[in-house]
Design a protein around this ligand. Structure first.
Ligand code: ASP
Ligand code: MG
Length: 408
């Protein structure tokens, strides 16, 4: 007997038949004697629709009412799945975030989970009852509904698994697991049997969309075993685990990419103390996340060039903020250039810690394909480069082969 959290994403509960199918899966696990809590997303497309409506009805966005609206998609699927389970003779009930409660902070639209009270659910496990919870939602200290940010149901599921001391958190989705690279682009991509928390965290934050980044962070911090698998097949998925559990560690485990990048270059920036703070301070104040940064050493110690990246969505705001800083704070630069046609490609693997030449192989491979590297950044287990977006496919396929990741 095991205690399991089973989480189903939007495509897995996309319509009534899919929800019935999910109910059969849950029943099978319950019939095997397991204690089950299920976390569901909204039906695919529903949350987008809800978000759109909030935008159409008012120009002023009260984040509390936004959350009231966008959290409803999950309430529907939680209720429907409970009905479907009962129809199959399984004892089941739904629990909204506020009923448990799932306590979050008050950061509406991107709230963080503070505490989950799992006592009542645990008690009912004893009577064989399945708990069905809406992902994505919680309740604030002010007793208002909150949501956790897009893709937040993954985090709900992992947090619940931690609170219940579950043996595993199974994340059911529409792909068979975590792949060495996006299989839609790299046909030879392979499904990984296992991946470490750290690698998964890098994969998620560097653009692989399979899990919400925060959910991986939480799994790592609480040691929750996570499995990513498909609700459309019966194939085993990918286990996200501690490094010690991986016997044969590859140097590079996967390649991620993000097209959602934009580059700003400031030419002829004054080279004096305080200038970087004068640029990045106002960006931070505007809640604009800066990712990669490069600054040249100036030859004459008077002027230099500075390049950094932001998300595409933030680009026009970032340009505005920097131009304003130039005028107001005397951040002298000569020219501002911006470019949204860039992609960040990252090779990721904990094996890099003990292997030399990983970055070199990346640079050589790109050079052999005449792909110019615009910005480079590295961490202990990752090398990222910024290149022109039109080379995305070419770069991913070439790197996948260069790091011996291709399926036979
Ligand atoms: N329904 C929410 C979204 O689409 C949360 C989730 O599915 O994870 O972002
Ligand atoms: Mg998702």
């Amino acid at each position: 007997m095991a205690r399991l959290v089973m989480k189903f994403g939007g495509t897995s509960v996309a319509d009534i038949n899919r929800i019935k199918e999910v109910a059969r899966r849950v029943k099978a696990e319950a019939d095997a004697g397991n204690q089950i809590a299920v976390v569901v997303s909204a039906m695919a497309g529903t949350t987008n629709q809800l978000v759109q409506w909030t935008g159409e009805i008012a120009t002023i966005q009260d984040a509390r009412e936004y959350d009231t609206v966008v959290s409803t998609g999950e309430q529907i699927t939680a209720g429907l799945l409970s009905l479907a389970l009962q129809d199959l003779g399984v004892s089941a009930r739904s629990w909204m975030g506020w009923q448990l409660p799932i306590q979050t902070d008050g950061a509406h639209g991107s709230a963080r989970i503070l505490k989950i009270d799992g006592d009542e659910v645990t008690k009912r496990f004893g009577d064989g009852q399945v708990a069905v919870l809406p992902g994505f939602q919680g309740v604030s200290p002010e007793n208002r509904l909150t949501t956790l940010g897009r893709g937040g149901s993954d985090t709900s599921a992992v947090a619940l698994a931690a609170a219940l001391g579950a043996d595993r958190c199974d994340i059911y989705t529409d792909v068979e697991g975590v792949f060495t690279c996006d299989p839609r682009i790299v046909a030879k991509a392979r499904k990984l049997d296992k991946i470490t928390y750290e690698e998964m965290l890098e994969m998620a934050s560097q653009g692989a969309k399979v899990l919400q980044t925060r959910s991986v962070e939480m799994a790592m911090n609480h040691g929750v075993r996570v499995q990513v698998l498909s609700s459309f097949s019966n194939a085993p998925g990918t286990l996200v685990v501690d490094e010690e559990e991986i016997v044969e560690q590859e140097v590079v485990s996967g390649i991620a990419y993000s097209r959602d990048e934009a580059k700003i270059t400031l030419l002829g920036v004054e080279d004096r103390p305080g200038v970087a703070a004068g640029i990045f301070g106002p960006l931070a104040d505007a809640s604009i996340n800066v990712d990669m940064i490069v600054q040249n050493i100036s030859e004459d110690e008077r002027r230099t060039d500075l390049t950094f990246t932001v998300t595409e969505a933030d680009l026009s705001r970032a340009v505005e903020v920097v131009e304003k800083a130039r005028a107001a704070d005397g951040i002298g630069y000569e020219t501002l250039l911006s470019d949204a046609d860039v992609v960040k490609v990252s090779v990721i693997g904990v094996g890099m810690r003990s292997h030399a030449g990983v970055a070199l192989r990346m640079f050589r491979t790109l050079a052999e394909n005449s792909i110019n590297i615009q910005v480079i950044s590295t961490s202990e287990i990752k090398v990222s480069v910024l290149i022109a977006e039109k080379y995305t496919e070419l770069a991913l396929r070439a790197l996948h082969t260069a790091y011996d990741l291709d399926a036979e």
